[in-house]
Structure formats: C-alpha cells, structure tokens
Design a binder for this molecule. Structure first.
Ligand SMILES: [Zn+2]
Length: 132
C-alpha cells in the first residue's frame, strides 16, 4: 500500500521535475504549460483525497499518513507556485502591452502643461487653454 504512494510520488516528481529545470523563460514559453500545471494540481489533490480515504479506512498509520500527506501538500504548493509565476508572467506581458499602447497614443495629443488629451490638430488645450 505504502509502496504505491511512493511510486505515485516518484511519478509526480518525474512529471514536475522538468518544470523546475533551467531557465524560467524557457519553461514559461512551453506551450500549454498552464494546462499541464492544472493537470498536475488536480493529480496531487486526487492523491491527497485518496490518501485521506485510505487513512479513514484504517489502511495507514497516523505517522505514514502525516508524512505522505505532508509530501503531497508540498508538491501541491510547488505546483501552485508555478501557476502563480505563470500568471505573474502573463500580467507583466499585459502591463507591457498596455504601456506600449499608452505611449503610442501619447504622441502629440496630450497637453504639455496639464496632460489633458487633445484632438490631433488642436492649437490650444481644451482643458487649460495652453498653447501647443
Ligand atoms: Zn492643458
């Protein structure tokens, strides 16, 4: 019974290990990684549920249960951290895209005095009346 859990952990490590190797950008570039991580997360949660079930059936000692559950939980938090990192990466991409859009919009349309947006060919600011 316990051996089965260790095999499960080994399999899990084998799946997760490449995610922690090498340069992060390279990893993040891997297409569908977020799907993969969601899959891993579900897998770990399933393992924990099954472990709890076996424990409730009296198939495991307290000590084994706690030890294995601890391992699964730390695997789960590793996967969650990866998901988090991936999301952060996506946010920073969004921010960069937003900033790019803003600075391209800014060319000549904003008042140098008050910053108000003005029509492209305006000679005076619509807000403060300042001359362009
Ligand atoms: Zn102005």
């Amino acid at each position: 019974m316990i051996i089965a859990y260790f095999i499960a952990i080994l399999l899990l490590l084998w799946f997760i290990y490449p995610l922690f190797q090498g340069n992060m950008d390279k990893i993040i570039a891997v297409e569908g990684e977020s799907d993969n991580l969601e899959y891993l997360k579900k897998r770990v949660y399933t393992n924990i549920k099954e472990l709890e079930f076996d424990f409730s059936m009296g198939r495991l000692s307290d000590e084994d249960f706690n030890r294995i559950r601890q391992k699964f939980t730390s695997e789960a938090s590793r996967v969650l951290r990866r998901i988090d990192l991936l999301n952060q990466k996506n946010y920073s991409k969004m921010i960069e895209a937003d900033l790019k859009q803003l600075s391209s919009k800014k060319k000549g349309h904003f008042c140098p005095q008050c910053g108000e947006e003005n029509p492209t060919h305006a000679k005076f600011c619509v807000a403060c009346g300042g001359k362009f």
